[in-house]
Ligand binder design. Sequence first.
Ligand code: MG
Length: 452
Amino acid sequence: MGRLFGTNGVRGVINEGLTVDIALDLARAVGTILGPGKVALSRDSRHGGVMFSDAVTSGLLSTGCSVVDIGPAPTPTLQFMVPRLKCVAGVMMTASHNPPEFNGIKVMGSNGIEVSREVESMIEEIYFEKRFRAASWKEIGAVSQYDMAISEFIDAIKSHVDEEAIQRRNLRVVIDGANSVGSLVTPLLLRELGCKVFSLNGQLDGEFPGRNPEPIPENLTELANTVKSVRADIGIAHDGDADRATFVDENGHILWGDQSFALIASRVLARKMGSTLVTPISSGRLIEDIAREAGAKIDWTAVGSVDVSHRLEETGAELGGEENGGVFYPPHQPVRDGAMTAAQMIEIMAVEGKRLTELVAELPLYYSTKVKVSVPAEKKLALLDSLLRLTDDQDRITLDGLKLLFNDGWILIRPSGTEPIYRCFSEAATQEGADRLAERGVELIKEAIAKL
Ligand code: MG
């Protein structure tokens, strides 16, 4: 049987890899497995958002589900509304940080979390076998609009931070919404919290004229420059569906994702002795240091935000996070949420009365290296076994790929989900150390290939 879902939902180039036929049948399969009941829908600013939304609506109605359309909104806003509107599922039209020609569909269960791999497989089975439920003429669902999603979402985030402390500080903030739905929430949220807000790429435009929607340093030069020219205290950049936030300090320096995650984690985990932090094995020493200092333990997962969300939901852990800057704050909701993350960072600056550069300077510094190694597609699967055999006497974690632990750092080796390559990440206390470990990883991959 073929696969429909990738690492994070269904994605493809509009009208090529992702068509209305796919959207329609996917929705019929979702309605068959998760329905009947209400399903909440939303979309980001991408082209095709309405087209796919309408196809998904038709598919869901035909299975007897009703549809509640909350309008364009960030993915975390939809996720927040799914349980509150007592829906059996949520469907988001987004391709997150992919280039403009892409769109995609993410499916959430009744708790607002992206469905598990098991549920994805059930949906795929129905999809490929076309065993859709067809409701009788009297059971065809209805469509309604819900206009309060964004204001309820903003109120919820405000309830989780020290609003008085933030109001007192009059922070100056530049928000780069990537011409997408993050602009519908974060500027309003921070203005209501008393910040002076400057908006960049604030108009919704599916061609993403301002920048590529992935919030990585090479796409954030304009934000960094704007922060400096308006003398802002902080810059905030979202990805296309605003489940992530990247920060820029007052000097225009872009923070690494693990630094912002560490700043928030150290405060949240310290609130209670013996807290638990859920994070993928791709997270590094900085996060381990922060957890140790806060007396917290780490619950490692495979790489992927969906794994973190499900673990948080199962265990009731205090916080989740990823090294790309995704933060999961369960008292609000157990999913990545860029606006919540932004509010938490602003709260830390306001409560502690420190500038972002000062906060970052308090963190231990580690260096990382990322390299790719091409691997013949037919050897990709066997290579991991070969790597595991080659290293079975070493200190390692084999939860997802291979993570080798050394006194001076670590190496993580994983096959790419989509390309014929292996990725090798390393981290150490110096850049030379990280480069040396990455080289060691590459040598190991070559050795393992030779043994195949
Ligand atoms: Mg995203």
